[in-house]
Design a protein around this ligand. Structure first.
Ligand code: MG
Length: 401
C-alpha cells in the first residue's frame, strides 16, 4: 500500500473585497502542489473563527490522512466536547470543504461526481430585488427578468421594511428600529402589487427574516397565499419552530427555513413532519459539505428541497461548494445568488458563472475554485462593530436582526 497523503499545514486567509469579511481555509498536503480550499466565513465574528482554526483545529488535523473526510468531520464535531456553535462549525467547515476539494483533485473529478454525479447541467438561481415602494420593486424585478432570471426575491426597504415609526420613548438608544405590524401591512401591499403587475410566470420569494411575532407570522403566511410565492423564508425564528404546525394547518404557502440552524438534527422535526418545503442551510454554519449531504438526503425522503443560503457572507469558495451540492442533489430546489462584482471574480478564479438565470460549473476537479492570495491581501478585513444587527422594536427593546 502506498503511503497516505496527509495534512501538512492549515492556513487561514481573510479578505474583504466588498462589504463582507470572508474567511477561507487552505489545507496544504504532503503531496507537493496539492491543496484544498474551504469556506469558514462567519463575517460578524471572523476573528474567533480564525483563532479556532489556527489554535485548535490545525493542531488537531495536522498529519491526518486527507482521504478520511467522514472521520475528520465526526471527530472534529465532538473533539472539543462542547459543540454545536457557529464559530467551531465554520472552522470545521473550512477543513471539511478543503478535504472534499483535495479528494476531487486526487480523483481528477469535480466534487459533484464524488457525491454521485450530476442530476442537472446548471443550478437555477434567485436574486434579490429591493425598492422603496412597490413600483420600484416591480421595476427591479422586471430588470432581472430581462436578464433571464426566473426567480426573484422581493423585499421593500430592507429586512423589516421602512415605515413611519410609532413614537419612541424619550431617551431611546440609536439603532435600526422597525414596526412589525406596519411591515406586515406594507409587504402585503407590495407582494400583491408585484404579482399583479409581473404576472404568474415569474417565481417570487420573500424573506421575513424572523421579524414577526409567531401569531403574526401565521397570519402573514395566510395573507400572502393567493400570490403564490415560490417560498416564504424564515417566517419564524429557530426558537419558535413549533409554530410551523399552525402555519401548515392554515395555508399552503411554501415555507423555507433554517439558515441559522447549527446542527443537522435541528432539521429533523421540520423535515420528517413535512412542515417546511425548502432547507435554507448556510453550509459552512452547519460544518461543511459532509453534514449538508446528510441533511439533503434526509430531506429527499420527505419531498423537501434544497435552497442553500447564498448571500455575500457565503464566500466564493462556499458558493462553489453550494453549486456542487446543487448539481448533485436530486431534490435541488433553487440556489440563492448574490451577484459578486468583478473584483471578487479576480480574487477567486473559478468562481461559478451565472448566465441566463443559471449557475454553471467549470470542468476543473475538486471545487474548481482558487484564490489569488496576493490580491486578496490588498483588501484586509476591517474591524468594526456591526450596525445593521442592532435592531430594535418600536419601544427601543432589542429585536432579532
Ligand atoms: Mg434569509
Amino acid at each position: 500500500m502506498s503511503k497516505p497523503v496527509t495534512i501538512k499545514d492549515v492556513q487561514v486567509i481573510t479578505t474583504q473585497p466588498s462589504t463582507q469579511r470572508l474567511v477561507i481555509v487552505k489545507v496544504i498536503t504532503s503531496e507537493p502542489g496539492l491543496y484544498g480550499l474551504g469556506c469558514a466565513t462567519f463575517t460578524q465574528r471572523f476573528h474567533a473563527v480564525v483563532t479556532a482554526i489556527e489554535k485548535h483545529l490545525k493542531p488537531f488535523v495536522l498529519g491526518r490522512d486527507v482521504s478520511r473526510i467522514e472521520e475528520m468531520y465526526r471527530m472534529a464535531t465532538v473533539h472539543s466536547y462542547w459543540r454545536n456553535g457557529p464559530v467551531l462549525n465554520n472552522a470545521i467547515s473550512g477543513i471539511d470543504q478543503a478535504l472534499w476539494d483535495i479528494k476531487g483533485k486526487m480523483a481528477n473529478m469535480p466534487v459533484y461526481d464524488l457525491l454521485g454525479g450530476k442530476c442537472r447541467e446548471a443550478a437555477v438561481v434567485y436574486v434579490h430585488a429591493n425598492g422603496d415602494d412597490p413600483r420600484e420593486v416591480e421595476e427591479n424585478v422586471r430588470k432581472y427578468v430581462e436578464e433571464g432570471y426566473q426567480y426573484v426575491r422581493i423585499q421593500m426597504g430592507g429586512y423589516g421594511g421602512k415605515s413611519d415609526m410609532k413614537p419612541r420613548p424619550e431617551g431611546s438608544p440609536p439603532g435600526h428600529y422597525y414596526d412589525p405590524r406596519a411591515y406586515m401591512r406594507n409587504m402585503l401591499k407590495m407582494i400583491e402589487h408585484v404579482r399583479r403587475e409581473v404576472g404568474p410566470e415569474v417565481e417570487l420569494l420573500h424573506d421575513i427574516h424572523e421579524r414577526l411575532q409567531p401569531i403574526d407570522a401565521v397570519a402573514f403566511a395566510k395573507d400572502v397565499e393567493p400570490y403564490k410565492l415560490f417560498f416564504l423564508e424564515d417566517a419564524l425564528a429557530p426558537e419558535d419552530i413549533q409554530w410551523f404546525h399552525h402555519i401548515r394547518q392554515q395555508c399552503a404557502t411554501p415555507m423555507a427555513m433554517g439558515e441559522l440552524f447549527n446542527n443537522p438534527r435541528e432539521w429533523q422535526p421540520l423535515i420528517s413532519g413535512r412542515l417546511i418545503d425548502f432547507i435554507r442551510m448556510h453550509v459552512s454554519q452547519m460544518g461543511g459539505i459532509t453534514p449538508a449531504r446528510d441533511v439533503a438526503l434526509h430531506a429527499r425522503m420527505y419531498g423537501v428541497r434544497t435552497a442553500w443560503h447564498g448571500p455575500g457572507d457565503t464566500s466564493p469558495v462556499g458558493h462553489a461548494a453550494n453549486l456542487h451540492l446543487d448539481l448533485w442533489a436530486p431534490n435541488f430546489g433553487v440556489q440563492e445568488w448574490c451577484r459578486f462584482n468583478n473584483l471578487v471574480y479576480e480574487i477567486f478564479p473559478g468562481l461559478p458563472e451565472v448566465r441566463g438565470g443559471y449557475m454553471y460549473p467549470n470542468d476543473k476537479p475538486g471545487l474548481g475554485i482558487d484564490i489569488d492570495e496576493k490580491l486578496a491581501a490588498k483588501y484586509p478585513c476591517q474591524d468594526e462593530v456591526e450596525q445593521w444587527t442592532q435592531t430594535r422594536w418600536p419601544d427601543g427593546s432589542p429585536a432579532r436582526p
